[in-house]
Ligand binder design. Structure first.
Ligand code: SAM
Length: 213
């Protein structure tokens, strides 16, 4: 993603504590305090400009959502969407996914979404891929029993790598589509990247995997 310098982004995030969780370590083990209703919590890692997470929150009011994004200059666009939509069941966090264990206790999270994660194609960057085994260990730590990861991408190399990584980690493969938009999968909510790459004719890959604990 091309990043524009937005020096005002930090202030804007600070001005909206109703949508942005600023001290997430304080909520560890008590996320229900943050939302109007206590219900399952699904998180999207690398939420980008927030289309997926806000549309999911609109479509599923019986689920709480948190969009997690590393870049302030990107997450402010997600914040604009949230402000406009006024959703009580959706929040944002500007943190690194590698540190999620500091913010979520075991079982705080019910599902992890990874959408169009950066592919990091060079072997020497493997550890940065959000489906690398160290990240799978972080997700395992915060998810409840039989927690799931739902992953989609247009990058065939990253998809193949991730299926291998999931399988080597011992995750159960519950659903795989090698061409999501031509499949009978219903209720797909497109991300910004999905819209962009599928409009160029790229195929979209999707899978759902489950921890066996
Ligand atoms: N999910 C969005 C979509 O499909 O339109 C954005 C995809 S973009 C390629 C990947 C996003 O993941 C970027 O905004 C990047 O900053 C974010 N990201 C990458 N590594 C991350 C990490 N360790 N923690 C949180 N966000 C991360």
């Amino acid at each position: 993603m091309r990043l524009r310098n937005k020096p005002w982004a930090e202030d804007k995030l600070l001005e909206c504590p109703q949508y942005v969780v600023h001290e997430p370590e304080q909520q560890r083990g008590k996320w229900s305090e943050v939302f109007a209703v206590e219900q399952p919590l699904h998180i999207e890692i690398g939420t980008g400009k927030g289309r997926f997470i806000t549309e999911m929150a609109k479509a599923n009011p019986n689920v709480n959502y948190i969009g997690i994004e590393l870049q302030k200059s990107v997450i402010v666009s997600a914040l604009d969407r949230l402000i406009e939509a006024e959703l009580p069941n959706c929040k944002l966090m500007n943190v690194d996914a590698a540190e999620l264990g500091k913010y979520f206790a075991p079982g705080d999270v019910d599902r992890v979404y990874l959408n169009f994660s950066d592919p990091w194609p060079k072997t020497r960057h493997e550890k940065r891929r959000l489906t690398y085994k160290s990240f799978l260990a972080v997700y395992e730590e915060i998810l409840g029993k039989k927690g799931e990861i739902h992953f989609k991408t247009d990058n065939q190399g990253l998809f193949e790598y991730s299926l291998m990584s999931f399988s080597q980690y011992g995750l159960l493969l519950k659903f795989v589509s090698l061409d999501l938009h031509q499949s009978d999968y219903e209720g797909n909510i497109m991300t910004e990247y999905e819209e962009k790459f599928s409009s160029r004719g790229n195929r979209i890959y999707r899978c759902e995997v489950q921890y066996q604990n």
